[in-house]
Design a binder for this molecule. Structure first.
Ligand SMILES: NC(=O)c1ccc[n+]([C@@H]2O[C@H](COP(=O)([O-])OP(=O)(O)OC[C@H]3O[C@@H](n4cnc5c(N)ncnc54)[C@H](O)[C@@H]3O)[C@@H](O)[C@H]2O)c1
Length: 390
């Protein structure tokens, strides 16, 4: 058995998927069948060809239908703008491909629900890549919440601060188009919202939804733009339609918390930070140090208690037996998260049972649930911060 792999979209995150499938079989002993790296597809032919060469895929395509129609391809990552997910995922599922789609599931709740319906009917797998659950610090904190070391979360504080929109000359792109809530909230707030539930359980209500757009218009780029690139721009401007900054308060069944998403937070290129305050202590995580956390455990040494730094190593999730050097201190980054995510997807595709596999990727149903929370934040903002129940 050989599994043929393709990636659609070779921009910022598409390259991470392309690389991740190469690394995936090298994590742990090989329990996967032979993998064939078939195609990287991008509407821009130069990008598809260059990315295929760079990551050792056989060819570059420019139309996703070439992937759907290729019987040699089994597994496909969909890594293009959110508004394009539905059409491409639909075509792939109908062609019998296993699909790993990027977050958020789509640009509208209606199309995300349609994708979940298609996934239910499909004979193949459809999963959504919410990569950060695999960062060692986040996985360890969740384990300590669940095994009682930290215990039940009382208070959650999370922020995903980025600075990619700080420069008003950063070119307009698909990220700046769409209604309020489709900006920073959907782009990075989707990750943060997923992690809040990963640690605290289901959100039951949101309130205090608020959005700001700081940069009202941005220049049109002269050529193709990838990710957050500061490319050459024309003197034509286009309106920024959605949120540069978003915030809300979440209520969980036994906790509450505040969440903030920003793309105009100067000095924070990728500032995902989380704190949990729990019945037996507290912990905090920052994306700059994914395999190092700060841990505080309630103790009986008045005057001597305090936060301590814990370097996660071979005893902790995602570091143990995965990377070539699997000891504390070797470090772990966002790209590794994609590799473990790809490995988890391939293990599920080939039927390795859940108890012998990495934690599964989220379902499209969970992707819809994530977007329902974001839609409730939009409703809350429209009603001046009123509470909206889920
Ligand atoms: N999980 C993460 O950490 C993470 C990080 C970044 C982006 N994302 C998600 O990944 C997706 C893509 O984001 P990005 O930042 O990589 O975007 P990007 O703009 O950098 O790249 C998108 C690429 O898609 C190509 N493209 C456009 N239309 C296409 C089509 N019809 N067929 C094939 N290719 C097409 C473009 O030419 C471009 O190269 C989004 O859903 C985003 O939310 C996830």
């Amino acid at each position: 058995m050989t599994i043929g792999i393709a990636v659609i979209g070779a921009g910022m995150a598409g390259k991470a998927h392309a690389a991740a499938y190469r690394v995936a079989p090298t994590l742990y002993d090989s329990t996967l069948p032979d993998l064939r790296y078939v195609s990287i597809c991008d509407v821009n032919p130069e990008i598809s060809q260059a990315t295929a060469r760079r990551y050792g895929y056989e060819r570059g395509d420019t139309d996703w239908r070439a992937i759907a129609g290729d019987p040699g391809i089994d597994v496909v990552s969909v890594v293009i703008a959110n508004s394009l997910h539905l059409e491409v995922v639909k075509g792939l599922l109908e062609a019998g491909k296993h699909v790993l789609c990027e977050k958020p599931l789509s640009d509208t709740l209606a199309s995300a629900r349609e994708m979940a319906r298609l996934a239910q009917e499909a004979s193949t797998l459809a999963r959504i890549g919410l990569t950060y659950q695999r960062q060692p610090g986040i996985a360890a904190i969740r384990d300590w919440i669940r095994d009682g070391t930290l215990g039940r979360v009382h208070h959650f504080s999370g922020r995903y601060w980025c600075d990619y929109g700080c420069d008003p000359m950063a070119p307009i792109s698909w990220r700046y188009k769409g209604p309020m809530g489709s900006g920073a909230l959907a782009d990075v707030g989707s990750h943060l919202t997923y992690l809040a539930e990963f640690l605290c359980g289901e959100v039951t209500a949101v309130s205090g939804g608020a959005f700001t757009t700081v940069v009202a218009e941005r220049p049109v780029p002269l050529g193709n733009v990838i990710g957050h690139e500061l490319a050459a721009v024309s003197d034509r401007m286009e309106a920024v339609e959605n949120d540069d900054y978003a915030t809300y308060t979440a209520t969980f069944s036994q906790a509450a918390g505040s969440l903030e998403a920003s793309r105009v937070a100067a000095g924070y290129p990728n500032g995902l930070a989380i704190e949990v305050f729990c019945e037996n202590g507290a912990a905090n995580y920052h994306q700059a140090r994914p395999s190092q956390i700060r841990l505080y455990l309630n103790g009986n040494q008045p005057g001597a208690n305090g936060y301590r730094t814990v370097n996660l190593g071979a005893d902790h999730p995602y570091v143990s037996a995965g990377m070539p050097i699997d000891v504390a201190g070797v470090g772990f980054g966002q790209n590794e998260g994609f590799a473990y995510q790809a490995r988890a997807f391939l293990e599920e595709v080939v039927g390795i049972p859940e108890e012998r596999s990495l934690p599964r990727n989220a379902s499209f149903g969970e992707g819809v649930h994530n977007m329902e929370i974001l839609a409730a934040v939009v409703q809350s903002a429209e009603r001046n911060g009123e509470q909206v129940k889920l």
